[in-house]
Design a protein. Structure first.
Length: 339
């Protein structure tokens, strides 16, 4: 098939982005949008009159002309909707995080494999030109042996009603980390607190720190918060040869590669005599394509060719496994969790 017919479930904040990019894509045909809210359906009818707006999920699942379902609903509904779509013979594109639990995620992975269907997780940052360039530099050995990953993802709001800041913001950094570094962590610990929502019936953590340690000695730290007065989207990735600063807030110079480092001269009597290297700073040219459009096109190509996407169901499972370990660590006061 040259163009696949898709339906979107959920026309909220992210659903609107999916609608816009599906309309821009030459590889998909957006047949229907489903949402139980009348206001959301009115938005679709007003702005996209050619697209069928329906309130019942079954209308999309039972339509034999629809090849794939794109899910942009609250996290708690992902598992049931994705499972129903797969059982209906539809390929699935599901918003992050894939599910609430790793068990649910693995069940969907196995079901998709059994049905010979594509299960894709919307880890959008993996499809940015910046993250693709970082992956390319690491794969070519430009950074040498990776030593650390330090990330800050901070802003003021939007506080989510159903998930904490780890499931909402840190999930982006975890998906990037899993993409650029081909090793799974062996331990996870997390510290977080709720301030704004503390008095609410269901409080959620609004600021969190996550620490991950890997078998090779590589370490990662992620700070995510909804309570920062300024917006930060910055990562530091250190290697034995070079280091990267990735600042997603920068409009043009998002990545800087530093030929900087420090070593010890063990030929001297005392080893505590560092040798500092301060070389050039490279600002690579990046692909400026909209990440979500690139991702939708990639998903459509994989559906057509029967190949797994870059962020397939198993990648989604690995991220949820870490998220689940973070929740367990929080429950026990930041306890180190062995994966």
């Amino acid at each position: 098939m040259s163009e696949i017919n898709v339906a979107i479930i959920g026309a909220g904040y992210w659903g609107k982005n999916l609608i816009r990019n599906c309309q821009s894509s030459q590889r998909v045909n957006l047949s229907a949008v489903c949402d139980s809210r009348e206001s959301a359906l009115n938005f679709v009818k007003t702005n996209y009159p050619a697209i069928k707006a329906v309130s019942r999920v079954e209308d999309a699942l039972n339509d034999s002309n629809i090849h794939a379902i794109l899910i942009a609903t609250p996290t708690a509904s992902h598992y049931e909707l994705a499972k129903a779509a797969l059982l209906s013979g539809k390929h699935v594109f599901v918003e992050k995080p894939m599910t609430e639990t790793a068990g649910q995620a693995m069940e969907l992975v196995n079901l998709a494999k059994e049905k010979n269907l594509i299960l894709h997780v919307d880890h959008t940052f993996v499809y940015t030109g910046a993250v693709r360039k970082i992956k390319d530099l690491i794969s070519k050995g430009e950074l040498g042996d990776l030593r650390y990953f330090d990330s800050e993802r901070l802003n003021l709001g939007l506080i989510q009603p159903d998930v904490n800041v780890i499931y909402d913001l840190a999930v982006h950094d975890l998906s990037i980390l899993n993409y650029i570094f081909n090793e799974e962590p062996e331990t996870v610990s997390a510290f977080a607190n709720s301030y704004v929502t503390r008095q609410r019936e269901r409080a959620v953590e609004e600021s969190a720190h996550i620490n991950l340690r890997y078998p090779s000695g590589f370490m990662a730290h992620i700070h995510a918060s909804w309570l920062s007065p300024v917006k930060f989207r910055k990562m530091l990735i250190g290697g034995s040869k070079k280091m990267i600063v990735y600042n997603d807030i920068e409009p043009s110079e998002k990545i800087k590669v530093y030929d900087h480092g420090v070593d010890l001269d063990f030929s001297k009597e005392t080893p505590d005599d560092p040798i500092y290297r301060s070389g050039d700073v490279l600002i690579p040219n990046l692909d400026r394509s909209e990440a979500l459009l690139s991702e939708i096109n990639h998903f459509a190509d994989c559906v057509r060719d029967g190949k797994d996407t870059v962020t397939n169901g198993y990648d989604g499972y690995k991220v949820v496994k870490i998220l689940e370990a973070c929740s367990k660590s929080l429950k026990y006061g930041g306890q180190l969790i062995i994966l």
